[in-house]
Design a protein around this ligand. Structure first.
Ligand code: COA
Ligand code: ZN
Length: 305
C-alpha cells in the first residue's frame, strides 16, 4: 500500500502546554505566541479549553482570547470541550472548528482528572458529539493514559481499543492516544497502533506524547512508521499534566519537526520560525523550556524583543 510521507503536527502548546505552566499568561501574551506560531506554517492548533475556569485557571480567558485573536486563513483551530456546559460555550465561539473531547483509558486517572467513571465520560462524549453536530463542528477524541496510568500502571491494549471503539461508534473518527506521563516505548506504540488499525481501520489515528523520559521523539517515529500521520506537540515543550504526578510537558513541536524531516517525512513547517516561536514561548512563560532543537538556532533573535 502506498503511504504518503506527510505528517501533520498539531500545536497544543496554547492549551496542553499553558494549562500546566505555573505562570498564568495574560491574554495579550497568548496572542504574541499565536502570531509566532502562525509564522511557522502550522495549520492545526489547539488554542484553548472550555473547561471549568477553577479547574484550569490558565485557560479561564478562553472567550476573551478568542474575541481578540486573529485566525489566519487555512488554520484549523480546536478547543477542549469536556461536557455540555463546555459545548454551549464552544458553540458560541465561531473561530473553533473542532471540539476535542478527552477521557482516560484508565478508571483511576479519569476519576482524578474529571471525577467520573469512564462509562460516565462516554455518556458525556455522546452529548458533546451530538452538540457538535448541531453546531456544525468537527470532533476529535483524545484517550489519555493510553500506555501507562500514574495510578494503575500499564494500561491494557484491550482497554484502549475498547474505549476507542466506543468513541468511534459515537462519531469520533479522529482519535488521538495520549502517553500522559511519558512512559511509553516504541514497542508499546507499535503494539497499540497495530491493534487500533486492526480494530478501527476507518479511524484517523493520532498520537500525543509527553517527553518525561525523553522517548517521545522515538515513540512518534515508531508511530509514523506504522502509518500514523497526526502528532501533537507543544512549542518549546511547554507544559505537563496537573493530574499526572511526574509528567513533564508535551514533546516540543519543533523537535518532532526536525526528526520527521530528517527521516523523510514532510511536515510543511519552517524550522527556523519554529525555533523563534519556541524562544518566544520560553520568554513568555519565564522559565527555560526543554525543547532541544531550538538550542541549535542560537543566532535567531527572539520575536517581540
Ligand atoms: N465550563 C465552565 N463551567 C463549568 C463547566 C465548563 N465546561 N462545566 C461545569 N461548569 C460549572 C457548572 O456550571 C457548575 O457551576 P455552578 O456550581 O456555579 O453551578 C460547576 O462547574 C460544577 O458543575 P459540574 O457539572 O458538577 O462539573 P464538575 O465540577 O464535576 O466539573 C469538569 C467537571 C470536567 C468540567 C471539570 O472537572 C473540569 O473542567 N476539569 C478540567 C479537566 C481538564 O481540563 N484537565 C486537563 C485536560 S487533560
Ligand atoms: Zn497532554
Amino acid at each position: 500500500m502506498f503511504r504518503t510521507r506527510e505528517v501533520t503536527l498539531r500545536e497544543v502548546g496554547l492549551r496542553d502546554g499553558l494549562q500546566a505552566e505555573d505562570r498564568i499568561l495574560p491574554t495579550a501574551d497568548k496572542l504574541v505566541l499565536l502570531d509566532a506560531l502562525a509564522a511557522t506554517g502550522l495549520r492545526r492548533l489547539e488554542v484553548t479549553s472550555f473547561v471549568h475556569p477553577k479547574a484550569i485557571p490558565q485557560l479561564a480567558d478562553a472567550e476573551d482570547f478568542l474575541a481578540a485573536a486573529h485566525k489566519p486563513p487555512g488554520q484549523v483551530w480546536s478547543a477542549l470541550v469536556p461536557n455540555e456546559r463546555g459545548a454551549a460555550r464552544a458553540a458560541k465561539a465561531d473561530l473553533i472548528d473542532e471540539w476535542t473531547f478527552f477521557l482516560s483509558a484508565s478508571e483511576a486517572h479519569n476519576q482524578a482528572n474529571v471525577r467520573m467513571s469512564v462509562e460516565d465520560s462516554l455518556r458525556g462524549a455522546a452529548l458533546v458529539a451530538e452538540a457538535a453536530s448541531q453546531a456544525g463542528r468537527a470532533i476529535s477524541g483524545v484517550v489519555a493514559t493510553s500506555f501507562v496510568c500514574p495510578y494503575a500502571g500499564l494500561t491494557p491494549v484491550e482497554d484502549v481499543v475498547q474505549v476507542a471503539r466506543r468513541l468511534f461508534g459515537l462519531g469520533y473518527r479522529r482519535l488521538l492516544f495520549g502517553d500522559t506521563i511519558g512512559a511509553a516505548s516504541p514497542a508499546m506504540v507499535r503494539r497499540l497502533v497495530r491493534a487500533l488499525q486492526d480494530a478501527l481501520p476507518e479511524a484517523e489515528l493520532g498520537l500525543h506524547f509527553h517527553n518525561t523520559r525523553g522517548q517521545a521523539p522515538a515513540n512518534a517515529l515508531a508511530g509514523a512508521d506504522e502509518g500514523v500521520r497526526l502528532f501533537d506537540g507543544s512549542i518549546g515543550g511547554m507544559g505537563g499534566c496537573p493530574y499526572a504526578p511526574g509528567a513533564t510537558g508535551n514533546v516540543a513541536t519543533e523537535d518532532l519537526c526536525w526528526l520527521f524531516e530528517a527521516e523523510g517525512y514532510a511536515t510543511g513547517l519552517d524550522l527556523p520560525a519554529m525555533a523563534v516561536a519556541a524562544r518566544t514561548a520560553e520568554r513568555l512563560v519565564g522559565r527555560p523550556l526543554p525543547g532541544a532543537v531550538m538550542r541549535t538556532f542560537e543566532e535567531v533573535s527572539c520575536s517581540g524583543g
